[in-house]
Design a protein around this ligand. Structure first.
Ligand code: 4AD
Ligand code: MG
Length: 433
């Protein structure tokens, strides 16, 4: 007899198997007990019929508590009524770990309570589905970029640089020096692109943002591809193919999870159709002004979430907004060839109100221009000498972008809040558990 995972039940119909499981819920009458089981790969039902098992086993089935762990032995049957499609008719139960008064009961709980119990909440079905989809997106990311000839380059977490501005830095001590937690791996990815052509970083990044929104985390994971000998137009093509690939792979490999979440797959399919629309920042401002919904919108300002939502809804697919004002973007972006007030960049806005999921640009290639921008941004030029070296020794046109993993997971899973897209969210006022 084999010990299997629930997800493989379909391969063992009418066979006797053993599975290590936890109990999520149960229902029983005098003659039959229905145990809702999970093992981390899927959720299904175990049926214990009094007349077919020993007295001890039936007693255990009736008494076992929520989240107790056990080995169940029995025969797999098809179960057309359940979403999973299979169940196990249990013959034997071997209790492994007791569980008393599990705090998360099938009733409704408030968000704070659930966040305090995040280490247990992760066992719930929706959270399971989201984490599986997150995992698929990470897997598909490595697959996509490896197929495209990128190598993964690991950027440091402890750094002395502040690519995305000094207001959101997490300061720490580095022996007798100052250091910051990485805001972005980009500057290191640029060094990597000059060394290996096409690279991507993937790691945690930190923003000490005092904003409490549905879209912001203090610690989030970012995928940052960087490509040498590449202009912005080609980078946009990679970006849209990458996003369509992520959506496609989730559709292919996470059908069960999308069903658990009740995510509309027809809507997701639309996002696999390329190209995505492109609109200039200038035209985006006009569109917002003409809509009559945003009387206060002025050229030169960054978009808030209502503006981003409106723009993406207007196109019903992710939309690239190109060439923002230089004044509201970081120092490293390439200046626009004919418009002094713009930089060559794009944000990708997701539909359905999820806002910016990618920020990217072509990079400035001239070391003197860059040195000037660094000083203007209030940064210490000495800390960026290594970065300026990239322009001193064989500078080439190059472009890159950053996808916020949790923003993308929130959007693809259709969740309301970004805290659901990461196992242990770091939020304003929350670092527990
Ligand atoms: O637009 P951002 O700040 O761009 C960069 O960091 C560039 N260095 C990327 C690059 O060109 N290599 O961040 C990129 C993405 C955003 O589009 C968003 O998806 C995500 O990172 N992001 C956040 N996600 C969650 N919480 C936050 N506080 C985030 N800030 C940015
Ligand atoms: Mg941005």
């Amino acid at each position: 007899m084999e010990t299997i995972s629930i997800i493989n039940a379909k391969d063992y119909v009418d066979q006797k198997v053993r599975i290590g499981v936890w109990l999520t819920n149960k229902r029983s009458s005098g003659k039959i007990a229905f145990l809702q089981l999970r093992d981390g790969t899927a959720y299904f039902q175990g049926v214990v019929v009094k007349n077919n098992v020993s007295e001890d086993v039936f007693k255990l089935a009736k008494e076992v508590k929520q989240e107790a762990s056990m080995y169940v032995t029995g025969t797999i049957h098809e179960d057309k009524r359940s979403p999973f499609g299979y169940e196990i008719e249990i013959e034997d139960i071997e209790l492994v770990g007791q569980s008393e008064d599990y705090p998360i009961t099938p009733k409704e709980h408030g968000t704070d309570f659930l966040m305090d119990h995040r280490h247990l909440w992760l066992r719930s079905k929706r959270q399971f589905a989201i984490m599986q989809i997150r995992n698929e997106m990470i897997r598909a990311t490595y697959e996509f970029f490896n197929k495209e000839g990128f190598i993964k380059l690991d950027a440091p977490i402890l750094t002395g640089s502040a690519p995305e501005g000094t207001t959101e830095l997490f300061h720490t001590e580095y022996f007798d020096k100052d250091a910051y937690l990485s805001q972005s791996g980009q500057l290191y990815a640029e060094a990597g692109a000059m060394a290996y052509g096409k690279v991507f970083t993937f790691g945690p990044t930190f923003r000490a943002e005092k904003s409490k929104t549905r879209r912001h985390l203090i610690e989030f994971w970012m995928i940052e591809p960087e490509m040498a000998f590449m202009h912005q137009e080609q980078s946009l093509e990679i970006q849209e193919r990458y996003i369509a690939y992520l959506v496609q792979k989730v559709l292919e490999n996470c059908d069960y999870e999308l069903d658990i979440l009740g995510r509309d797959k027809e809507v997701l399919k639309r996002y696999t159709e390329l190209p995505y629309p492109r609109i200039s920042y200038d035209d985006a401002i006009k569109l917002l002004q003409e809509s009559g919904k945003f009387p206060d919108v002025k050229w030169g300002e960054d978009f808030g979430s209502p503006e981003e939502t409106y723009l993406a809804e207007h196109f019903s697919k992710p939309v690239f907004v190109l060439n923002y004002p230089k004044a509201i973007k970081p120092f490293y972006m390439k200046p626009h060839p004919t418009r002094e007030d713009l930089v060559v960049c794009a944000d990708l806005l997701a539909p359905e109100g999820y806002g910016e999921i990618i920020g990217g640009s072509e990079r400035a290639t001239d070391s003197e221009y860059l040195a000037e921008q660094i000083t203007k941004a209030g940064l210490n030029k000495d800390d960026y000498e290594w970065y300026l070296d990239l322009r001193r020794y064989g500078s080439v046109p190059h472009s890159g972008f950053g996808l916020g993993l949790e923003r993308a997971v929130t959007w693809i899973t259709g969740e309301d809040h970004i805290r659901e897209a990461i196992p242990f969210p770091r939020l304003l006022n929350r670092i527990y558990p």
